[in-house]
Design a protein around this ligand. Structure first.
Ligand code: CA
Length: 512
């Protein structure tokens, strides 16, 4: 009896061993999430940019799907990142405005993918104040991080880098892919740029890009904010009055090495001389500032494009591209002079919409475009579904994998809910929430009790609110009902979840 059972045990052991030895490598797709900060779709040639070319980023769209209506729930840096980790609106993940601290003890997509057997990593901008959780590897900028010579946090301590941050983050992503990755596991890599966030310091290779060209101005550069509620007039984010001397590179840039400073002085010295001689005022000065600002912004985008190209090339060279889903997006959209502005925050289209391109070889038809209303709220659900995992019930978005595969679900959302909180705060944009449907947008500035309603078909640039017009009374009533329905659905009753226990608080680290 004993003899027989031990033989049996041996057989079982042999079978088990055999099955492990012959087991196929885990074939689930890798997920490479390429993320930038403040990259508006107006500055991507795959979205029809009139101001620049982004050949490398365009590859993702040309070889995959471009989404023309991807929206964010709250158009500001930290909150968008928290939404993408949790699949929950700001009031439920607790990170409603920059300066909040992310509670890393809550459920996140990185933890769920890690538990599902994915190797997880994040390099670059994090901006959530507490240490990353759910990542096997992390190497992140401190706060916003500088454009040059960043000190970066790792679990082992601070690492001081010398060079241009966009290139350094890319080097770190490539180093992780080449040397730190477990080739037997699928990976989830968040490769996240600081660029092209303010104050738009170009890299050494891009300092002179656009020197000899005039960037076309947006049609709404000289918006006078009439026909809208008061917040549009009372913000502090105009090209005309709110760009600082530092933004415009009229003062020496700090934190550069001697060599970097020399390159800067060579590039910006002559540009400054030109300005001093001009003695501009009025519209001419606004136009000069716009050129100055837009060119620096686009130079930063150029570096992102080039560096993402390096990573795409690596995926091609190693064959990894075949089984890797590449996603490109930004934490929100951006005003490249539209409405006379820089920055983001509003529920107006330029900042409410964000770029999204997804490449998935063999699954997503190359060169396809979707106008489905997807959101950053849907990203973690998508990543989980790509990994074959169940999406937790308390995530509030929905995976759009089916849309990627070319099928539009009949019951896909027909409206999007938005809520912005950061007031008082930088740029003085009033708190607001609202709903956007295919054709209309209703915005409520609740602290001021002011409303706006836009007919996006007749007024795509959102220059004239029709809230008070009698012929829109029925539309207004429908939208108000839809807004309330969405507030109920997303459990937004105006209160914000406050997390008491934040043991993941970032510690001061020693340099390593
Ligand atoms: Ca941002």
């Amino acid at each position: 009896m004993i003899h027989r059972s031990s033989m049996l045990l041996g057989l079982v052991a042999l079978t088990l061993f055999g099955s492990i030895a012959s087991a196929e490598k885990d074939q689930r797709p890798n997920i490479l999430f390429v993320f930038s900060d403040d990259h508006g779709y107006q500055a991507l040639s795959c979205y029809g940019s009139k101001v620049n070319e982004t050949p490398n980023l365009d590859r993702i769209a040309n070889e995959g799907m471009r989404f023309d209506r991807c929206f964010v729930t709250n158009s500001i840096c930290g909150p968008s990142r928290a939404v993408i980790l949790t699949g929950k609106y700001s009031h439920l993940n607790g990170f409603v405005r920059n300066g909040n601290r992310f509670n890393g003890q809550q459920q996140t997509v990185s933890k769920l993918l890690q538990a599902a057997g994915y190797q997880t990593a994040i390099v670059g901008k994090w901006h959530l104040e507490t240490d990353p959780t759910g990542f096997d590897y992390w190497h992140i900028l401190q706060g916003q991080g500088p454009y040059y010579n960043p000190a970066m946090d790792t679990p082992d301590g601070v690492v001081k880098h010398t060079g241009y941050t966009t290139e350094i983050i890319t080097d770190l992503a490539l180093d992780w892919l080449k040397n730190k990755r477990d080739a037997d596991k699928p990976f989830y890599l968040m490769y996240q740029h600081k660029a092209p966030h303010r104050n738009w310091q170009p890299g050494p290779k891009q300092l002179n890009n656009y020197d000899d060209v005039t960037i076309p101005e947006p049609e709404t550069l000289f918006d006078d904010y009439s026909h809208r509620a008061s917040p549009a007039r009372n913000q502090e984010m105009t090209v005309e009055r709110h760009l600082s001397p530092n933004d415009l590179k009229l003062v020496p840039q700090r934190g550069l090495t001697d060599e970097q400073r020399k390159a800067w002085d060579e590039a910006y010295g002559p540009k400054n001389e030109a300005f001093e001689k001009l003695n501009l005022t009025g519209k001419d000065l606004v136009q000069w500032k716009y050129q100055r600002y837009a060119k620096d912004y686009l130079r930063c985008v150029d570096a992102v494009d080039e560096n993402v190209g390096r990573v795409l090339d690596y995926l091609d060279e190693t064959g990894l591209a075949e089984n890797t889903v590449v996603i490109y997006s930004s934490d929100q959209g951006w005003y490249l002079g539209e409405h006379g502005w820089f920055d983001k925050r509003w529920m107006y289209e330029e900042s409410f919409r964000t770029p999204l391109m997804v490449r998935w070889p063999g699954k997503v038809k190359p060169g396809t475009v979707s106008d489905a209303m997807v959101m950053n709220l849907d990203f973690p659900e998508l990543f989980l579904e790509i990994a074959g995992e169940t999406v937790p019930d308390d995530m509030q978005g929905r995976s759009f994998k089916q849309i990627l595969l070319g099928e539009m679900p009949d019951d896909w959302r027909k409206s999007v809910y938005y809520h912005y909180y950061e007031f008082p705060g930088a740029h003085s944009v009033a708190k607001h929430y609202g709903v956007r449907t295919d054709r209309h947008k209703l915005i409520y500035y609740y602290d001021l009790d002011e409303w706006e309603l836009f007919d996006l078909e007749k007024d795509p640039r959102e220059l004239r609110s029709v809230y008070d017009q009698a012929e829109y009374a029925a539309v207004r009533k429908d939208l108000e009902a839809e807004l309330q329905r969405l507030r109920d659905q997303y459990k937004d009753d105006g209160s914000v979840v406050q997390f008491q226990n934040q043991n993941t608080k970032q510690k001061k680290r020693k340099r390593v």
